[in-house]
Ligand binder design. Structure first.
Ligand code: ADP
Length: 607
């Protein structure tokens, strides 16, 4: 370039790029304002002093080459200006034929910085791609991986990327190859899929559950060329879920298999848990309680509130706890369940009450057992008393028997001496009949204390009843009592002591007579019923008051005065009949009459 510097000064000054002209011994001949702005310095100084603050010529200096005619183009970083420059050095011939070096410095710092940034972000992405914990991939539409990170290789058991890029995705990766086309359809329809659950297989064939998040890759014309995305191994999560589920199932099984009622409710009283024991004890099915029934429904009115107060109080096992507390709960339908309640409050991590849980132990059986035990103890006590009384009674009866027979004999003897026409004869007859009654009473007392162990034979009840009725017909008729007998013809036999049966029916007929002081009807009926023979003795007498019905078989229970009754008859009857494997029932309506039903097992003849 052959120019006069003075001609160019104006042009150089107007340029945005820095312009520097140096001569052969590196002295600056010209610099424009743009150059001065970046490097400072002034004309006459050495270029290495201005540009590199150095006294010596730079070792890499290309100026000699330029002076020989070369044009040098390079990118340089200047630490003094702290800027990148695109530098062009070219020879400049002046009018006097000397050659100078013209340097043009174009500031490219911004561009360089952008490039650097880009470079580092690509590096970052590369690093991320390689080091991220989940599998990252780029795949082609036709089913090959184009790239994959190490995490994906590890996850699927491949050692090198090369072998992984070789596999056929549908055949070698998907457990069910058709799932790949399903995935493609889905991702191409939506553009992306998030957490799409698929089953892959590892290189060794074992299956692995993966969450696939992916998006479609398009070419510049918008055609699908492949997919990219990440695969997250689900095995650990699934394993944890399985363990949690198993843990839950185990706990649930424990809760469900408890024979006690276990239930929980939120703080509003809505039931959240209702185990099988609760179904059993309280009747409600769990489907009818959870989210449907209010917990207060299983307690008597006002009790639910009281229970919450007790749980919150420190007095029943500590705040938040109610230790085994006796209480009644209500079954579906209102039936009362006697039991014990243990309860506790459940708190969240901030200590806020979130639920209450209760366990009801049904004590019905235990309480029933205790009641039965108490009754048995009372009965035992009673029977001990009775046994003692029985011994005393039998002694007294025995002692009285002999003198009584003496009196009876004497009275019989006197009868022969006092003719029936004699006025005193009636008094004698009365005395005799009273002694007979006394002797019968003594007999009853003896039977009660020492029941005769008589031989049992197959007996016809109809015959026993007939005999009694015939014997007492006259006496009953005198009392205005009509007899109706309805005895079944094919009644069969019972294995029994005739004497004891006689005593039973006699006692019942005698009671019926006592109940019909103003006369009435006595009905005796026998019939067969299944494996039993039934004997009914009914009267139309005064009947038995309801409150007495359950007492009439008790020993010494009588409503008669002390001369007429001792209250032993029915208790002896009951003992005899029970002893024969039978039973006695009574139905009565005060004012209308009474029916005694004796049931005896039919005699089964063994051949
Ligand atoms: P007693 O005849 O000595 O009172 P029982 O044991 O035979 O003793 O009877 C007990 C009680 O049962 C009687 O006192 C009477 O109140 C009642 N009773 C029994 N049979 C009848 C009946 N047929 N009608 C009304 N009351 C009866």
């Amino acid at each position: 370039m052959n120019i006069k510097l003075q001609d160019m000064t104006f042009v150089f000054q107007s340029m945005a790029d820095g312009i520097l002209i140096i001569n052969q011994d590196y002295t600056i001949e010209f610099m424009n304002d743009a150059f001065i702005r970046d490097f400072g310095g002034c004309v006459g100084e050495k270029c290495h002093e201005v540009i590199h603050s150095s006294n010596i010529v730079c070792s890499h200096c290309k100026v000699p080459d330029v002076l020989k005619g070369e044009t040098i183009h390079e990118e340089v970083y200047n630490s003094k200006a702290k800027k990148y420059f695109d530098e062009i050095k070219l020879p400049l011939k002046s009018a006097d034929a000397t050659t100078s070096c013209l340097s043009i410095y174009r500031d490219i710092t911004d561009r360089k910085n952008r490039e650097e940034e880009l470079k580092s972000s690509v590096k970052d992405y590369k690093r991320l791609f390689e080091n991220v914990g989940c599998g990252v991939f780029i795949s082609s539409k036709d089913g090959k991986f184009l790239d994959a990170n190490h995490a994906l290789l590890n996850m699927l058991g491949y050692r090198t990327k090369e072998e992984f890029l070789e596999i056929d995705i549908a055949q070698d990766l998907y457990l069910r190859p058709e799932d790949r086309s399903k995935f493609q359809k889905l991702v191409e329809k939506e553009g992306r899929v998030i957490d799409h659950e698929v089953d892959f297989k590892r290189k060794d064939g074992t299956s692995i559950s993966v969450l696939l998040t992916s998006q479609v890759r398009y070419d510049k014309d918008g055609n699908v060329i492949g997919y990219e995305g990440i695969n997250v191994d689900q095995s650990l999560r699934k394993q944890m879920e399985k363990e949690i589920r198993e843990g839950n199932d185990f706990l649930n099984n424990i809760i469900q298999s408890s024979p006690n009622a276990i239930m929980a409710s939120d703080m509003k009283g809505n039931i959240m848990l209702w185990n099988k024991g609760a179904e059993e004890v309280l009747g409600y099915k769990s489907g009818d309680t959870i989210g449907k029934l209010h917990i207060s429904k299983i307690y008597p009115e006002g009790m639910a509130k009281k229970i919450m107060q007790m749980i919150r109080s420190p007095e029943y096992g500590g705040v938040g706890i109610l230790q085994s507390y006796p209480l009644v709960t209500l079954r579906e339908g209102g039936e009362i369940v006697e039991g014990n309640l243990s309860a506790a409050l459940v708190y969240d991590e901030k200590g806020k009450e979130i639920a209450s849980v209760g366990i009801v132990v049904d004590l019905k059986e235990r309480l029933d057992m205790e009641r039965r035990l108490r009754e048995t103890q009372e009965q035992l006590l009673q029977s001990e008393k009775l046994a003692a009384m029985g011994r005393l009674t039998s002694q007294i009866a025995h002692e009285l028997n002999n003198p009584l027979y003496g009196i009876m004999n004497t009275l019989e003897l006197l009868k022969t001496e006092v003719p029936p026409s004699n006025k005193r004869r009636k008094i004698l007859d009365m005395a005799l009949s009273e002694t007979v009654r006394l002797s019968e009473m003594l007999h009853k007392m003896l039977s009660f204390s020492k029941p005769d162990q008589e031989v049992r034979k197959a007996s016809d009840i109809n015959i026993v009843l007939d005999e009694i009725l015939i014997l007492h017909e006259k006496q009953l008729r005198e009392n205005d009592i009509q007899i109706f007998s309805d005895l079944s013809e094919d009644l069969g036999l019972v294995l029994a002591s005739k004497n004891q049966l006689r005593q039973v029916f006699l006692n019942m007929i005698s009671n019926a007579k006592d109940a019909m002081q103003m006369g009435g009807a006595l009905k005796v009926k026998t019939y067969k019923e299944k494996e039993n023979i039934v004997i009914q003795i009914s009267d139309t007498g005064i009947g038995i008051q309801e409150k007495n019905l359950e007492k009439i078989f008790d020993t010494f229970f009588t409503t008669k005065d002390s001369i007429k009754g001792v209250g032993l008859g029915l208790s002896v009857c009951y003992g005899f009949i029970k002893d024969h494997g039978g039973d006695i029932e009574v139905k009565s309506k005060p004012g209308s009459g009474t029916t005694f039903t004796v049931i005896l097992p039919k005699y089964k003849q063994t051949v």
